[in-house]
Design a protein around this ligand. Sequence first.
Ligand code: ADP
Length: 697
Amino acid sequence: MSTLLPGTSEDNSTRSSLELLYHISRELSSALDLRTVFERILFLCMQNVGAISGSIIVLDDSGDPVDSAIITGDMIHNRTTERLRETLERGLSGWVVRERRVALVENTKEDVRWMPRQYEDDEEQLPKSAVSVPLLTHENLVGVLTLVHPRTGFFTPDHVALVQAIADQAGISVLNARLYDESQRNAQVMTSLAKSASGISVSLNLEDVFKGILEQTDRAINVKVVALTLVDIQTGKLELRAVKGWRKGKSFKTPLEIKRGVSYWVVEHDEGIIIPEVTEDDRFDSETDQRKGIISKAILCAPIHYRGKVIGTLEAINPRSVDFNQDSLLILSGIANLAGTAIRHAQLFEQLQAAHQSYQSLFEDSIDPILITNWEGEIVEANRKAVQSSDYNKTDLRSMRIEQIHRIDKNLAVDGFAQLRSGNMVSYESRLCTSSGHEVPIKVYVREIQLDNISQLQWILRDITEQKKLDTLRDDLISMIYHDLRSPLANVVSSLDLLDTMLPSDDPAMKSLLDISMRSTERIQRMTESLLDLNILEAGQRIGTQKRTSVLALIYEAVETMESSVHNKGQIISYKVPDRLPNVMADQDMIRRVVTNLLENACKYSPHGSRIEVGARQQGDQILVWVEDNGSGIPASEHERIFDKFTRLKTENAPKGLGLGLAYCRLVIQAHGGKIWVDSEVGVGSRFTFSLPVVQS
Ligand code: ADP
């Protein structure tokens, strides 16, 4: 190939040019690899124009440099894109890109488009003249080619024309090569991701999933270290969970918290990053690196997503061969997204297994017998205690039906288990029939549960033998109290009445002692009467003598009974009652005792000097009566329970009592066709209200 020199004859020159272009087009069409293509273009230009050095920058569709090369003499300098970026922004190439036309620089010192000191320090070798041309295809700019020479005014218009002609030819080749390159890289990315996908989702075990992710990342990107961090679901802290490389694939039993550095930044910003040199990037934190046991130089980090949320990061550290680039980040981000799904699924599976295991151990070790049945009532599982209590072995039980073990409550069976189907728990008392024919009193709690995604029924059969014994004991005690106390007490009352008539009326000390004895005896009498009523009402007997009664009169009588106790505590009773109220039908003794009980409690559970309000009013066809205090109050969870027999709140220094008063009140009021309830707040006070139906005249 002859060098085209200025000054040859026109014919010769044209022929040479044509030969050259023909040669160039053959050279270019024989290669598809982008780098080979643009290096050849640069060489050909330099040879044919006589330039001593030159550069070429290949641009993508958005004008960003994709690749470049600088040639000085016969030396090719690669990895020059960053170096050339400056001239693209502010120098001669930039001007060419913007103007899209040739630039001829006669003297670099006098041309403002020239950015001095680009390649050489040797003054002799510094470029004094330059020519720069755009590489265009159908108006698309695909690159810039620049040639330089250490002599001013070296490039002639012929040179320019020649370079222009080469550039016109080269444009399409560069574009083809670039597109080919892109498609090759895309294919590579897709292949890497496809391979990774199959490697990551092979297991549901979290440790295996971590291992798969680390391995696939290493295989796809070829790095010295791969690290995986996750945001803890409960604490929200970012933690290092697995590393492949220096730590030999170790996964962390006690995860290391990450509070700074690259992964932290990536989670915060939800953005993948390439850090070619960690020392030049302030997102890098060397202390975090040390704690991880890693010495990083270059880092690639991508967020791991699950359902659009960042759940961690995948980090590739220190490449073994090729520097990190946009493609590596693309592959890493793809793997990270696959990883997100695999990790969450493994975590959910672990949680499910843990829940299953903990139910299993709760089930087996429960101190109550538990049976699991299907909705047909066939026993499918029984725990240790169920085997022990029923005397059947597990295999026997599994072939039985639940009703062979105990009698199912008729209400439960009547509504076809509808209560259970709506998610409610049902409880009732029954008897467990053991294999040896024994019957054990039990309280049954039934509810629906999901086991292995199948809806089943769980039956807890709690042994209440001890409770039943206690109940019987209490009942015996109560009947003993009222049978054995009632007649002697009646004797005491009549004797005290007699004494009252016999004692001299002018002895106040004697009178006061007698008053105390009479009041205490009355109280004991009231209690025994209440116990008697309680037993009658509990046995389901109806109240005998009911009369038209004025509730107001009963209220005044009850207050009078309580007056001295209230007075002794410095408390004040106020009334909130109307002048008149319609009558109710009532057993007067009983209703009076109800009001007295409520007043007694108000006095007992309220501090010295507090106020007690007794009130009554009509509401529709009901009379409402209430007793309100500013005492200790009752927590909402106990508002129902305190009306049960023997239920007392477990508070410190609580006044003494049996826990029968409110049970009595409820039985009496319900037997009268009314209701009783409490409104109360702890530390504020309580208001007990009952209603009784008005007599229809
Ligand atoms: P006793 O007073 O004998 O314990 P009761 O059946 O009358 O039994 O009351 C049951 C429980 O309800 C009491 O132990 C007490 O804890 C609580 N209670 C009843 N009345 C009041 C009240 N006015 N203020 C606070 N707590 C009360």
